[in-house]
Design a protein around this ligand. Structure first.
Ligand code: PBG
Ligand code: ZN
Length: 322
């Protein structure tokens, strides 16, 4: 006696009936990168299909993505002027504020998540204020200005704030600042378990955020640590995060499953730039069936336990989902 598994694989309809995991357009958040200027749209060499865009081009892009049935974006702003503390993102007239307002005016239903960090805004490219003594990011000084940045995003009309800098105490700091300033209902999606990863390489081209010295290992996580990865997310849940995240995604699916099992909060994965670039370039070289490998990869995130997928593939995936 043996079990005939193939009975349930006999045709498309039956395979559909017993399918455990599915992808939907509602699963995706699409990253967009905004620059100053007008009529500016520049493709990133390492990430074909991903662009830096001026606000007017972002608006055209939003029309495009809405047509595809995609309704959530995560915004990254790359200002022309950078300094040691990232002042640009702390003023109400910041590039990201103007972008949020412009999008909301044309597309009020577009769900806008904002990435909250300092590496795009600082001249040294680190994720906060540097402590000259230790040559690393000063955690508590960065908390203070992060609260200011969150209020700038909130006042401009952001729908969700996503702190990505891996500062300890960031979630309770932001939650208090938002609550005290009339934004009790604004959710926080924490980049709660974020590894120090070489997979971010192409992103740093597009966000112009490569550190000018050192690396991020004193604040982002060691890829070798599984228990600490769980602790990081559980701590952010305790501090009041509404959604947790694992980043990168593909090399960390074990961590996604671990956190899924430890928390009942919605869980996001960030399918990062290096993961996108690998598929894109392999597809262009004719080495893989790009569409199928992409959909299989995205499905694996859901199967591992993710509810939300932040991905540069979102538009292509929506096209295939029809
Ligand atoms: C900023 C930030 C990074 C990414 C998202 N937000 C880069 C980093 O931490 O160096 C990476 C995204 C990607 O690689 O697609 N802190
Ligand atoms: Zn950063």
């Amino acid at each position: 006696m043996f079990k005939r598994f193939r009975r349930l694989r006999i045709n498309e309809t039956l395979r559909g009936l017993v399918q455990e995991t599915t992808l939907s357009k509602n699963d995706f958040i699409y990253p967009l990168f905004v620059k100053e200027g007008e009529n500016f749209k520049k493709e990133i060499e390492s990430m074909p299909g991903v662009f830096q865009m001026s606000i007017d081009e972002i608006i055209k892009e939003c029309a495009d993505i809405q047509k595809l049935g995609l309704n959530s974006i995560i915004l990254f702003a790359i200002p022309d002027v950078k300094d040691s503390v990232g002042s640009e993102c702390l003023c109400e007239q910041s590039l990201i504020s103007r972008t949020i307002q412009a999008i909301k005016k044309e597309f009020p239903e577009m769900f806008i998540v904002t990435d909250l960090c300092f590496c795009e805004y600082t001249d040294h490219g680190h994720c906060g204020i540097m402590d000259p003594k230790t040559q690393t990011v000063d955690n508590d000084a960065t908390l203070e200005i992060s609260a200011q940045q969150a209020l700038v995003h909130a006042r401009a009309g952001a729908d969700m704030i996503a702190p990505s800098g891996m500062m300890d105490g960031i979630i309770s700091t932001l939650r208090n600042a938002l609550d005290e300033n009339g934004f009790k209902d604004l959710p926080i999606m924490s980049y709660s378990t974020k590894f120090s990863s070489a997979y971010y390489g192409p992103f740093r081209d597009v966000a112009e955020s490569t550190p000018s010295y050192g690396d991020r290992r004193s604040y982002q996580m060691n890829p070798a640590n599984r228990l600490e990865a769980i602790e990081e997310s559980i701590e952010d849940e305790k501090q009041g995060a509404d959604i947790l995240m694992v980043k990168p995604a593909l090399a960390y699916l074990d961590i996604v499953r671990d956190i899924r099992n430890e928390s009942k909060l919605p869980l996001a994965v960030y399918n990062v730039s290096g993961e996108y670039a690998m598929l894109k370039h392999a597809g262009k070289a004719g080495l893989i069936d790009y569409d199928r490998v992409m959909m299989e990869t995205l499905l694996s995130f859901k199967r591992a336990g993710a509810d939300i997928i932040i991905t540069y593939h979102a538009k292509e995936a929506c096209k295939l989902l029809g």
